[in-house]
Design a protein around this ligand. Sequence first.
Ligand code: ZN
Length: 75
Amino acid sequence: MSENKDTPVMYAKDETAQIREMLVKGESPLVCPRCNEELRVSGPVSAGDKLGPVYHVVCKPCRRHAAIRNVPKND
Ligand SMILES: [Zn+2]
């Protein structure tokens, strides 16, 4: 896969796991595991009954993004 300038790239699996961990813990702001910049989080948005809510996380400086599922609600 080429790293086109305009195309966001998915985080690696372990990086996605780290971001999910931060979401689960309710940390704020979330920081990028690659560059320590603040992540933009959107969601959760519904991805359908089977998948449940999904958070979308984007790091602007490194153009990485991730879709995070199975984040338990802590309210
Ligand atoms: Zn980053």
